[in-house]
Design a protein around this ligand. Structure first.
Ligand code: FE2
Length: 204
């Protein structure tokens, strides 16, 4: 069954990110979906043709992670935008972040620093599904380096196409805009709070 591109048109009009930038970004995302389907179809066809031991098959196999991860991280990213930017003071996720990082503010400082790493990539807050704890990671190109067994909770695209049209090389302005538009209720749906209890201080 083919993957279908999700619509994120409801994000148009967000403060701090122009419609032109967002529409270009949606088109890039749709390209990942198209190419994920193409790669999967090609692999399936080559397997049926008995060509699974060919160099061509192996190259498409290597390339699949690039297209699939590009599709999926953009879906996490766009889905965790479109909100008010302010986590509800009483939200379980805000409390969990505070427990894990000392305070919500300490987490935000670290996430902003993570997103400011020089080069292209992603800042991602993950939950480790074995220990339950939260971790901020910098991911370079998205087909490599994701921490095994961790669930993305909050994803920020830090590739130049995510901000240069509006902010030039001033990534800090883009990070401010990202924070103004975080959809915290959506991010909270990604957290396993049963596991989170294991990770809280005193519960180990
Ligand atoms: Fe992107």
């Amino acid at each position: 069954m083919a993957y279908e591109a999700m619509s994120f048109d409801h994000l148009l009009g967000m403060p701090g990110l122009s419609d032109t930038l967002l529409k270009n970004h949606f088109t890039l995302y749709q390209g990942y979906v198209t190419n994920t389907n193409k790669a999967l179809e090609t692999l399936d066809r080559m397997q049926k043709e008995g060509r699974a031991d060919s160099m061509e098959y192996q190259e498409v196999k290597r390339h699949l992670g690039w297209e699939f991860d590009g599709m999926r991280v953009h879906e996490y990213y766009f889905s965790n935008l479109g909100g008010s930017g302010n986590p509800d003071e009483a939200s379980d996720l805000k409390a969990f972040i505070g427990d894990q990082f000392g305070s919500y503010e300490a987490w935000e400082m670290d996430f902003r620093a993570t997103g400011s790493v020089r080069g292209i990539g992603w800042a991602i807050l993950y939950q480790d599904t074995l220990s339950g704890r939260l971790l901020n990671f910098w991911i370079n190109e998205h087909d490599k380096g994701h921490p095994a067994g961790c669930t993305p909770i909050l994803v920020m695209d830090a590739w130049e196409h995510a901000y240069m049209l509006d902010y030039g090389i001033k990534r800090a302005g883009y990070i401010d805009a990202f924070f103004r538009n975080i959809n915290w209720p959506q991010a909270q749906t990604r957290v396993n709070f049963q596991l989170a209890r294991m990770a809280q201080p005193g519960a180990r």
